[in-house]
Design a protein around this ligand. Structure first.
Ligand SMILES: *Cc1c(COP(=O)(O)O)cnc(C)c1O
Length: 470
């Protein structure tokens, strides 16, 4: 800096003297109103933070005047930032339906209503109203899953990772579990079958090869230490080409001949045939039970379209043992999850699949999406600098289900005369609510499959705000 410090000093000290006192600021009507909403302490803290920042700016010489109005606006902003929720709604325009980073399955209105009711008051969570005595929280989902899947027993835990861990810990701690090398998967977020097995205290016995494993490979590995044959759904990848693996009935026969249990981790898991939703290769959990699996685990918030949960279904004997494991208590779900799950599963029982948002999104046809895309593209192109065109593309189901399988969609591809697609992506991500799309070949891509019709206005308005700020 060429300017001698002394040149700044008089200006800085006079600016510092102009800073209003804290009490004076707090008496301004807008801040008193703020105090009424968020309390005295937060307003004082916000005021101090803003004044501190102001003093620093003055001593850096980057301010030429101080006004109480400006300070007031800053304090309101600061208090708002402190009280704003960290968990915010976002608009998912990525076209990934079960987007793990964005909270997977949105809940059905029926599930929300039941959840709110359970959350707001008391319920018979663990109270048997018939007998007037303590009951079990499992009963609320037992009957529904039993009817849908023909399962003897149902347990619900925090997520499917917990379900797999708990089952292995109960059924095979200190003993061996046999798994095909083609199924030693990682599904992200540090869930790896070998690691989960190790943590559960079970010893993993790998058999076969990556692409081919036969029933004979399992048979040869069975010893007096074996307790479980584990089949794992490969979830987010596929082995194609020269492949082989035994059918589930073959494995069940082998397991039962040796008095072992057959467990299947379905991963996503569905309750009914979802071919009409564009889901191929995913068999309903009931098929696994019919094929002879003793314990089957799957997620509540993947293809099922409900809340985060891990569901264990199957035969009473192993499930009763799992329930008695002290870890079950540590991994069990709360009343909110039970309410949301019960209401979601009830929709399946009633055949109302279109009420489940994730399934409805899967069922949307390309034509239907295209009509909405035309409308939105028109609204975006109406703003100076923006152009939006339609492109053919693909949506994905996500959540580790149906890899390599896509749903045809119609995309809105947006460009700006001066901003790159990466810049657009950032500007839209910083809107409230944030709009999250994809960037492909210098276009910002919006897939309306995962956007609610009521959210289209919000997207159009965000583009309008971008035009005005430009
Ligand atoms: C997703 C998945 C899990 C984990 O389920 P969460 O509900 O995310 O804990 C476990 N196994 C398989 C095969 C999966 O696809």
């Amino acid at each position: 800096m060429d300017i001698p410090e002394s040149n700044h000093e008089p200006a800085a000290s006079s600016l510092l003297r102009q800073i209003p006192a804290v009490d004076e600021l707090l008496n301004r009507p807008a801040l008193r109103e703020l105090e009424g909403r968020v309390g005295h302490r937060l307003v004082v803290e916000a005021t101090r933070t803003v004044l501190q920042g102001l003093r620093e700016e003055i001593s850096r010489g980057s301010l030429s005047q101080v006004s109480a109005e400006w300070l007031e606006a800053k304090i309101l902003e600061e208090a708002e930032a402190v009280t704003a929720f960290s968990l915010q709604p976002v608009i998912n325009a990525t076209g990934v339906i079960l987007h793990t980073n964005l909270g997977r399955a949105p809940l059905a209105p029926e599930a929300l209503a039941h959840l709110v009711q359970a959350a707001a008051g008391y319920s018979n969570l663990e109270y048997d109203l018939e007998r007037g005595e303590r009951g079990r929280r499992d009963v609320h989902t037992d009957g529904l899953f039993g009817r849908l899947l023909g399962s003897e027993r149902v347990l619900v835990v925090n997520n499917n990772a917990a379900a797999v861990f708990l089952a292995l810990n109960t059924l095979a701690e200190g003993a061996e579990v046999i798994v095909s090398r083609g199924e030693l998967i990682e599904i992200g977020g540090s869930f790896r079958i070998p690691d989960v097995c190790a943590k559960s205290g079970a010893v993993l016995r790998e058999v076969g090869t990556t692409n081919r494993t036969r029933a004979g490979d399992y048979a040869a590995a069975i010893s007096e230490r074996t307790r479980v044959l584990l089949r794992v759904h490969p979830s987010n990848f596929r082995i194609v080409g020269f492949t082989e693996r035994p059918t589930l009935p073959e494995l069940a026969e082998l397991a039962h001949k040796h008095n072992l249990l057959l467990m299947e981790d379905l991963g996503s898991g569905c309750l009914v045939d979802l071919t009409s939703c564009g889901v191929r290769d995913e068999l309903p959990a009931a098929m696994s039970l019919q094929a002879g699996a003793d314990v089957v685990t799957f997620s509540g918030d993947k293809l099922l379209g409900g809340p985060q949960a891990g569901i264990l279904v199957g035969k009473s004997e192993p499930l009763e043992r799992i329930r008695r494991n002290p870890l079950f208590r540590a991994l069990r779900v709360d009343k909110l999850t039970i309410a949301a799950l019960e209401a979601t599963v009830s929709l399946y029982l009633q055949g109302r699949l279109d009420s489940i948002p994730a399934l409805r999104m899967m069922r949307l046809g390309k034509q239907e999406i295209a009509l909405r895309a035309v409308r939105l593209a028109g609204r975006i192109s109406a703003h100076t600098g923006f152009s939006a065109v339609l492109r053919d593309g693909d949506s994905v189901i996500g959540g580790g289900s149906t890899p390599g399988q896509t749903l045809e969609t119609c995309l809105v591809a947006v460009r700006h005369s001066r901003h790159s697609a990466a810049e657009l992506e950032e500007m839209l991500r910083r809107q409230k609510p944030a709009i999250l799309g994809r960037v492909e070949q210098n276009e910002f891509i919006i897939d309306l499959r995962t956007v609610g019709e009521d959210q289209e206005d919000k997207i159009a308005q965000a583009f309008e705000r971008l035009t005005i700020c430009d």
